[in-house]
Design a protein around this ligand. Sequence first.
Ligand code: 3PG
Ligand code: MG
Length: 432
Amino acid sequence: MDKKGLDSRLRLIQDADLNGKVVLVRFDHNVVKDGEIKDPYRIDRTFGTLYNIVERGGRPILMTHVGRPKDKKTGDITCRPGESVEPIVEYLAMKLHTRFHIPKFDIDPKRGITGIDTSINLAIRSLRERKVGGIYLPNTRWFAGEEAEGKVRENFVLQLAGLADIFINDAFGSWQPHASTYDIARLLPSYAGFLMQQEIVNLHSVMNPERPFVAVVAGAKYDTKIKPLYAIYDKVDKLILGGVLYNTFLCAKYAVKIAGVSESDIEAAKDLVEKDRKNQKIVELPYIVESDTLEGRVEGKYRTISARDFKQGNKYNYILDIDPKAFEDKFVYESISNAKTIFVNAVMGFTPHFSAGSAALDSTIDHNRTAIKMYGGGDTLQEFKNLCPGLYLSVLDNTQYYFFTGGGTVLTAIEQGSPYGLMPVKALMENK
Ligand code: 3PG
Ligand code: MG
């Protein structure tokens, strides 16, 4: 492990010989919804790797997944135009003045693209002859082999490997071990791209934080976040909860009822309450916003209440946000101000109507001028950008801020205790 936290077994793009090579590079450009780019941040973060490949004489073939085209129940793959890589290619053309060629393959209405046929050879010749700036393969999840098992998958990986001399993984956000993130690294000489390296270095500082370390975690569902939440709990000095996670915690701790919080989640949260009785790490945000409806912010139907008035057996309607004045509470404010490392994986309120809590959180954190501040997750970032656009622009290149390109990846790595347990990263380390 070097000083920055990079494991020496990880092979890096800097060490690859790219000259004259066709380089297959996996990005996480999963930013398209209904045919539109929601936020190009994940694309922008990969320009360095892309430039480096070309600058050193490599010829790039790009790939990413977009959305979740595979039906979980039936296994059918639907190739919807709204989940095509086309908007990404248009964005790249606009930013880089380079045209990427998207090869077309036959689509089976249920199985997606069943194979890469030889028509690609012509495109690869144009790529080598620099007649196109690069090739961008269709959405990797449109290929039958991407998430399949057995022969279908093996064939797809072989076809992918046949396209290129070298594989580079720069898709930090795509931690699931699929053909294009995992299997391919076993067949081609494989290296970590620059974004992947930078994310791992920053993950290392979340896992080895300068203290005091404060984490803010929220989420819409209790059950899916519970494991990473416990892992985070053990690492932090102070923990702030938001969203359904916080509501659930409050129900379990004060034996109150809050609309929309399930009994089984409350039962599960009792462990956390017990744990916290001993360790006292959870910083409670006292002022919260109760709403009688989920329809939005309806005048007369929402109000601020104080968790300090909670009494056993009390019943409340939906709790949909944190009142900004919660962050003025002395203990809350000092907890955030004294931190040396702050990690945020959270949207505080029920968006889009209840977002004052998140805005107040972001600006309170910004008041701390000495901490390293790390934000994980697309939604967290999107919210930050929407709520505090000026702040977002001003801190984008501030070295005290870091915005991860994948929230799920960060939580998975924290849960596993290391970025090197992530399957696609493992594959890069085991690669010969
Ligand atoms: C994301 O947007 O969270 C990543 O691209 C991973 O997508 P997935 O959760 O569909 O694998
Ligand atoms: Mg996600």
